[in-house]
Unconditional design. Structure first.
Length: 405
């Protein structure tokens, strides 16, 4: 019987726990959910019992503390650890997995707390150690990064001889009726959005001011929405693994209301990660802001509408130029009914479960540290259709983003 340890009991952890519990008899075996705050894990476990009649275990652990995590790993003896805590914990959890001999999956690349930098080099540096230990680490198994990488690998395998351009388009058309809330961890979300935009063109990174390049895209199932160029971490691995591409970009939709709030918060220094003194204590404004914003895990019941995320690719097949779009549409209310979480947690948690499933079943079990597109996309694409994130694809007459930028 296999064993699965999930660390991080936020919105994403809730979905991973529900999905792994659902497949506990066939794939994941005994499931344990651990986080610093055990009561959060217990609440999720009670919900899984109420909705699905399945028991999961819970535990308290601080993933920044390697010896404590190693102890939990050695006591519970999981086959795999699914890290859905925060990106700050990636390296300590990879260290703990190496020490305890456990395979590893995460959904976001490591970031130091004091520098908002989304780069893979810290985690890629573990390649040799995971290889030598005979362990598999799968990086970025969420939606973006994650499914967007697999979409690209699927396109390269089945639709193109050469990929020329990739535009990842991410729309959350959900509305929660609140004046300002982020749909995943506010600290991570705001660090991402306030960073400079960056895209890959002609073998080099091009930089733009934050939220300065925007256009409108007609999202299937949602309609036309304004989206903005952002740097997103999957561009780093995709540009390396698909070197034929002359341009790779990432776009995300934001409402005018969200951007207005963000500009004000930024303008008054609330998004800063430089510590300030407050009543004799050092505090980081962005961490304080996180504490006063709604917990993304609490937005499930309020959020209505759809998400739509896809890869728009232009390239060459059989000597002819081809334009192709592959995407998923997901409904917030349906996600909430199934797992008690909104669509952004759902679209991240389901791929984390599917990535772990590939490792446990052996299809993606390969010693070393891997990004999603380095594996065969077929079994993952099949599971997306089976476990809640069905995808669609179409050939397009032209590329609507070709001339933008
Ligand atoms: P939340 O903030 O809702 O949850 C994170 C959880 O991690 C919290 O419940 C917290 O619980 C726990 N945690 C934090 N620090 C520690 C620690 N030191 N030890 C143990 N547990 C800890 O975030 P989300 O669920 O929204 O996001 C989870 C992850 O998913 C993040 O890394 C995020 O970047 C990633 N993500 C990836 C996406 C993708 O598509 N690839 C999209 C969205 C999110 P406690 O208070 O108990 O410590």
């Amino acid at each position: 019987m296999k064993k699965t340890l999930i660390i991080g009991a936020g919105g994403v952890g809730r979905v991973v726990a529900h999905k792994c519990a659902q497949l506990s008899s066939s794939v994941f075996g005994e499931v344990m959910l651990a986080s610093r705050t055990k009561s959060r894990c217990d609440a999720i476990a009670a919900d899984i019992m109420a909705k699905k009649g399945i028991q999961i275990q819970t535990s308290a652990v601080d993933a920044d503390d390697v010896p404590a995590t190693v102890k939990l790993l050695k006591d519970f003896k999981p086959d795999i650890l699914i890290n859905v805590a925060l990106p700050y914990q990636d390296l300590t959890l990879m260290d703990a997995c190496l020490e305890a001999g456990v395979d590893y999956v995460d959904t976001a690349n490591y970031e130091p707390r004091d520098i908002p930098k989304f780069e893979y080099h810290w985690q890629w540096a573990y390649q040799e150690r995971f290889q030598k230990a005979g362990l598999t680490a799968l990086l970025g198994s969420g939606f973006d990064p994650g499914v967007t990488n697999v979409f690209c690998a699927h396109a390269a395998k089945h639709h193109f001889d050469r990929i020329d351009t990739l535009d990842i388009v991410d729309c959350n058309a959900g509305s929660n009726g609140l004046p300002f809330a982020t749909n995943f961890n506010p600290e991570i979300n705001i660090r991402e959005v306030t960073a400079k935009g960056r895209y890959w063109e002609h073998g080099a990174w091009q930089e733009t001011d934050p939220i300065s390049l925007g256009t409108t895209f007609d999202f299937p199932g949602v309609g036309p929405k304004k989206m903005y160029l952002l740097y997103h971490e999957e561009l780093e691995s995709l540009s390396k693994n698909f070197p034929s591409a002359r341009r790779m970009r990432f776009w995300m939709t934001f409402s005018d209301n969200y951007l207005t709030h963000l500009r004000v918060l930024e303008g008054i220094g609330m998004t800063s990660i430089t510590p300030i003194k407050f009543q004799g204590q050092d505090i980081i404004p962005l961490e304080f802001l996180k504490a006063v914003l709604p917990d993304p895990g609490s937005l499930g019941a309020l959020t209505k509408g759809k998400t739509c995320i896809g890869d728009l690719i232009t390239g060459v097949k059989d000597g002819k130029v081809k334009h192709y779009f592959v995407w998923n549409e997901c409904d917030h209310a349906a996600c909430y009914a199934e797992t008690g979480a909104q669509g952004v947690s759902y679209t991240t948690g389901v791929p984390a479960m599917i990535g772990a499933k590939q490792i446990l079943e052996g299809t993606w079990k390969k010693p070393g540290v891997w990004n999603m597109e380095q594996h065969d996309p077929d079994p993952f694409m099949k599971d997306l259709n089976l476990y809640g994130l069905p995808w669609q694809e179409k050939e397009m007459a032209g590329n609507p983003l070709a001339e933008i930028g």
